[in-house]
Design a protein around this ligand. Structure first.
Ligand code: ADP
Ligand code: MG
Length: 380
């Protein structure tokens, strides 16, 4: 697949892509990549849904404004056969141009978002409706709620120029500097950040990690670290990631299990930013993001939790989590292992339901897991 990277690098150097259909060299790489995927035992949603007729129908298409090809969408899944999903939208139009592959994957991941489905209007509700999940602090180490936003009139990572990254950073940080009260803080650009400072922020789970191979293969790490950075409030409970996977990730987190308070802080931060920034959205898909798993509400509400009995059998824990539409990740997030029995468990579905429902689903599911853990404990 190195040849794919090479050609992508070359084609990305052409600032204006002058084609109305994918050129021969892209088609050759697509054919070879498709064959490799088809012959593999990949468990990705890409492999599951990219049938030959769909592949043949889409392989020559390009998006109207950015000339993104099918290769731009699926190259991460072709390079990383161990992907869970394997597809990203290089620009907002890709969701329409390549709908035949995005739609079934969206439907599968978000557990029911068929052809006629429409993402509901935003409804955040009140954090106070979600009581502390672990008032005695026996299981939950910390709680985090994040959402992602894309700035209108900008494409996603693979199509951003170095200048776009700078422009986005400038626009976003200007607004961040106006946040007040609990949300007031400081922006730390990655450019010029000492490596040990960066690592400490990553280890404390504040900052995104560097060198994610899934994002790199999707062409999402170009011009790194230009335009990337993190905003942190004084109490280190409200963070904003700039130009990582999405243009903006708005994060609220704190120790313990007070989901309502964490959620409420995220809502206020988001509303403050929405006052001055225009975000990309689609009447059917809701908020638009780089990865189709984040569309719609874009909400991921998670806990870092220790479940010593249920955690003895990871497969069983995952099965139980799945019943509650929850996803189990490792201690340092996606594609990492659980350390010291600490799991990151969050809502899987972000689309086809409101923000309030997505967080409610997580609250209900985590409560059920804690109850099951207590029952296991009593049996001993
Ligand atoms: P995202 O979906 O927000 O990109 P990732 O899986 O990439 O999440 O993880 C990003 C960071 O957030 C990681 O350092 C991860 O450990 C951290 N994280 C996620 N949930 C929690 C939590 N409940 N408490 C503390 N850190 C968390
Ligand atoms: Mg991430």
């Amino acid at each position: 697949m190195n040849s794919i990277r090479l050609v992508r690098t070359l084609t990305k150097c052409i600032s204006v892509r002058p084609y109305s259909m994918a050129p021969c060299e892209i088609l050759e790489l697509l054919e070879a990549g498709y064959q490799k995927l088809a012959d593999s035992d990949s468990k990705s949603l890409l492999k599951k849904h990219l049938t030959k007729p769909i592949f043949d129908k889409l392989k020559t298409k390009v998006t109207p404004s950015y000339c993104s090809t099918l290769l731009d969408c699926i190259q991460s899944g072709l390079c990383n056969l161990d992907s869970n999903v394997g597809i990203y939208a290089p620009d907002p139009e890709a969701y329409q141009t390549f709908a035949e592959i995005f739609d079934p994957i969206i439907n599968d991941y978000h557990k029911g978002f068929g052809k006629g489905a429409k993402h509901p209007a935003s409804c955040f509700g009140y954090g106070a409706d979600f009581p502390d999940l672990d008032p005695e602090q026996k299981f939950i180490l910390s709680t985090r709620v994040r959402c992602g936003r894309s700035i209108q009139d900008f494409p996603f990572n693979p199509c951003l120029s170095e200048d776009d990254y700078r422009k986005l950073e400038c626009m976003i940080t200007k607004v961040l500097s106006t946040l007040c009260n609990e949300h007031a803080g400081k922006y730390y650009p990655l450019v010029g950040m000492e490596k040990d400072v960066q690592q400490k922020l990553i280890d404390k789970h504040y900052l995104f990690k560097e060198g994610d191979r899934f994002l790199q293969a999707a062409n999402a790490s170009r011009f790194w670290p230009t335009g990337r950075g993190i905003f942190i409030n004084r109490a280190r409970t409200f963070l904003v990631w700039v130009n990582e996977e999405d243009h903006i990730r708005i994060i609220s987190m704190e120790r313990g299990g007070d989901l309502g308070r964490v959620y409420e802080r995220m809502i206020i931060g988001l509303e403050s930013l929405a006052y001055s920034l225009k975000f990309s959205s689609d009447s059917r898909l809701g908020n638009l993001t780089f990865c189709p798993t984040n569309l719609g509400t874009t909400i991921r509400a998670s806990v870092h939790i220790k479940l010593p009995h249920l955690g003895k059998d990871r497969a069983k824990l995952e099965e139980m989590a799945k019943k509650h539409n929850l996803q189990v990740r490792g201690t340092s997030g996606e594609h990492t292992e659980a350390k010291d029995g600490v799991y990151d468990i969050s809502n899987t579905r972000r689309m086809g339901l409101t923000e309030y429902q997505a967080v409610g689903e997580m609250h209900k599911g985590i409560s059920a897991l804690i109850e099951a853990e207590c029952q296991e404990c009593c049996k001993k």
